[in-house]
Design a protein around this ligand. Sequence first.
Ligand SMILES: NC(=O)c1ccc[n+]([C@@H]2O[C@H](COP(=O)([O-])OP(=O)(O)OC[C@H]3O[C@@H](n4cnc5c(N)ncnc54)[C@H](O)[C@@H]3O)[C@@H](O)[C@H]2O)c1
Ligand SMILES: [Zn+2]
Length: 429
Amino acid sequence: MANLRESGLATNTTQEEYDLESCILPVNQLYSPALGIDKTYPRSLKLRLLIKNALYELLFWHNLMIEHEIKIPASPAASYRITIGTGILDTLWPRVEVDFRRYHPFVVTDENLVSAGHLHKLLGDKSIPTFVISPAGEISKTIDTAVAIIEAMEKAYLGRDTLVVALGGGTVGDIAGFAAAVFKRGVPVLQIPTTTLAQADSAVGGKTGVDSSLSKNAFGAFWNPSAVAIDVATLTTLDERQYRAGLVESVKHALIADSEYFDFLENRLDDVLERKPDVLEQIALWNCRIKGRVVEIDPIEKNHRRSLNYGHTIGHAVEAASGFDLLHGEAVAIGIIAAGLIELELGLSEPGRLERIRMILEKLDVPVKLPKDLAEKDLIDLVKRDKKAINKWPRFVLIGKIGEVYRQDEQYAVDVAPDVIEKVLKELY
Ligand SMILES: NC(=O)c1ccc[n+]([C@@H]2O[C@H](COP(=O)([O-])OP(=O)(O)OC[C@H]3O[C@@H](n4cnc5c(N)ncnc54)[C@H](O)[C@@H]3O)[C@@H](O)[C@H]2O)c1
Ligand SMILES: [Zn+2]
């Protein structure tokens, strides 16, 4: 039967055969009413098929085209383990060797992790091929760095049985994760995040990528880690400004998902700022649980995952308008206040809520107002360019109360009129 079909000679195909053998048929047969419309189909589907048939008949009636459909099996469900502790870097490697015994490790890190001693803590004197990104930071989050990493793996004769180990902040994690996603069509990656931002956010959830000269994360892939190891002791060497800015993602998680977590952050912020390990372990777990729950439900951001963009629509615009002088978390802090002001405008906020949020951000010493030199018109322009904009206007994530995202028709990002945004931006100066 399949041969006949491939030669285009088969004619009276039943729906059952079509389902069984997939459609190796000339297109005018494939969409012929006799084949496509079965009495078991619901009415709306019948109508859609009829319209489709008519269109295809119109477009292709004189052409005998062959179409063949390949069914892609749904990927099997998978999971990965997140380990959290203090000082675990020193003893992690033997465990990596056991858990990934069939793999050859390749470490990606950056120069600051080397000088802070974290690479040595991880590897000791073992000779493991390592790529050290230099200069550290966003400036190196480019396709050239990803290519250099991939070529370094090739030079080390590594193949599909490579384990990429990403030791560093979000930039190292994103670049190494992306290189792992594309090297030999994908090899596992172990994420070892070392910043407050990466431990709260970027190491979990599988987004990887590098920037183009025009925009952030222009090249990217969803590539979940095979494991994540969080050593909160690595945070002791992180510079104060980076440390505080990264904590804004924790505030975001609390706001969108857990009022108890928000209370905890309010009450224990001094301990967090003193970098007390037990508190840092607790917030790491809280963050991983919250982000984990969201990405389990919606791994590729169809709807629920958008809730993680709370404060980010205005935040990204502010970050870009500042020429990236503001750190991501600092810009998101302003974005969170903007979201709070929008919620007030739309009657979604209860008295005192915005003050509580402002207080926690002020205590983190991150900006809660727009820098005077940012032009409002540039910001509106950048908001329009948001990568999730539809018809040049994005949707916004808002909360209905602390710990709960406001939803409209089950959507986690909702329409907000441009005049509301303009008003809010004016109030932010
Ligand atoms: N993949 C995701 O889901 C996701 C989410 C949020 C952000 N990101 C990305 O994360 C990146 C920002 O990450 P980041 O804020 O961690 O910045 P980063 O990785 O650039 O680190 C900031 C600086 O701190 C240094 N550093 C890192 N850990 C250190 C430590 N323990 N001790 C001393 N110095 C240390 C780094 O070398 C760097 O100079 C951005 O590129 C952003 O796009 C990704
Ligand atoms: Zn963020």
